[in-house]
Design a protein around this ligand. Structure first.
Ligand SMILES: Nc1ncnc2c1ncn2[C@@H]1O[C@H](COP(=O)(O)OP(=O)(O)OP(=O)(O)O)[C@@H](O)[C@H]1O
Length: 271
């Protein structure tokens, strides 16, 4: 456990309030996540999930309240202190956000080049190890445009974990993926928690994925927290707004088996 977080919380958000102009977007948000836990942030469209994530990443300063990451209140850190803390934070954005002009390997190496003085050879070895963790060994010389959506997410994940961060933030891991590939990514997220004891924050719309991976779930609604509790407690909640979120009619996103097999075959041939 980090000596700076004697209470065991890797993330502590207290009385967070934020505005966009005169509009209050987050209103008295409080939640905690322990080291080694997966915290899923759930909520309808416009409930404030992305805004909360941007605050957790230190990209926005709140109107008031505190956000402690690994024991440090990021609302009070200088740019230099935040830069140092970022070495312990991995971020995988929606869409992968790889640089298209760089190979997969170069993309994964970037944080090591930015934050360390390791020599080229060590950097290459470390990035290859992380590509192996996400099952992309051997893809380092490919360009992002040559990868499928699921592979891009995994490459982005390799980049996010290349510094062995204590905190990993993942925005909509399932977006744009078919259910099978999305389930594989869920497995990978669970592996990272178990093998690397990371605290992982996942923002997602996908209920199935949320309940598969979450230790705890924070439910946002119109900028306020309806509930922040274990996945089991959220699933059993009788709160009407949580029920309507959980019981909504599932999207019709069943996979066409022929299409899936064809795609899989293409991927295997490419591999
Ligand atoms: N840059 C901005 N300026 C003004 N209002 C904004 C800005 N970004 C978001 N908002 C508003 O803040 C509220 C919360 O938005 P946010 O994007 O955080 O929600 P979300 O839960 O992530 O939604 P979604 O699931 O649709 O991405 C919304 O009402 C949105 O219109």
């Amino acid at each position: 456990m980090n000596s700076q977080m004697p209470n065991g919380y890797a993330i502590e958000v207290e009385r967070l309030v934020t505005h966009y102009g005169p509009r209050k977007i987050l209103d008295d948000v409080n939640f905690t996540a322990r080291q080694g836990e997966i915290m899923v942030i759930m909520g309808g469209s416009g409930s404030g999930k992305s805004t909360l994530l941007r605050h957790l990443l230190g990209l926005h300063r709140p109107t008031s309240g505190s956000i402690k990451l690994l024991g440090q209140d990021i609302t009070k850190l200088s740019a230099d202190q935040m830069f140092d803390l970022r070495k312990n934070m991995g971020v995988a954005f929606q869409g992968g956000a790889l640089f298209n002009s760089m190979t997969v390997g170069e993309n994964v190496e970037l944080p090591l080049r930015e934050h360390t003085r390791l020599d080229d050879n060590t950097i290459r070895i470390m990035s290859r190890m992380k590509l192996e963790v996400v099952n992309l060994a051997g893809f380092e010389d490919m360009m992002p445009a040559e990868l499928s959506g699921g592979m891009i997410k995994r490459a982005a994940l390799a980049r996010a974990i290349v510094m062995d961060p204590k905190l990993l933030f993942f925005d909509e891991p399932s977006a744009g993926l078919d259910p099978v590939v999305s389930a594989e990514l869920d497995e990978l997220i669970l592996t990272l928690r178990d093998a690397m004891n990371m605290t992982i924050v996942v923002v997602t719309h996908e209920l199935e994925s949320a309940f598969k991976i979450a230790d705890r779930i924070t439910v946002l609604d119109q900028g306020r927290i309806l509930m922040s509790d274990t996945a089991a407690a959220v699933r059993a909640s009788e709160h009407p707004r949580i029920r309507s979120l959980l019981d909504r009619t599932p999207r019709n996103d069943a996979v066409n088996p022929d299409e899936y097999l064809e795609r899989l075959t293409r991927e295997i041939i490419r591999a």
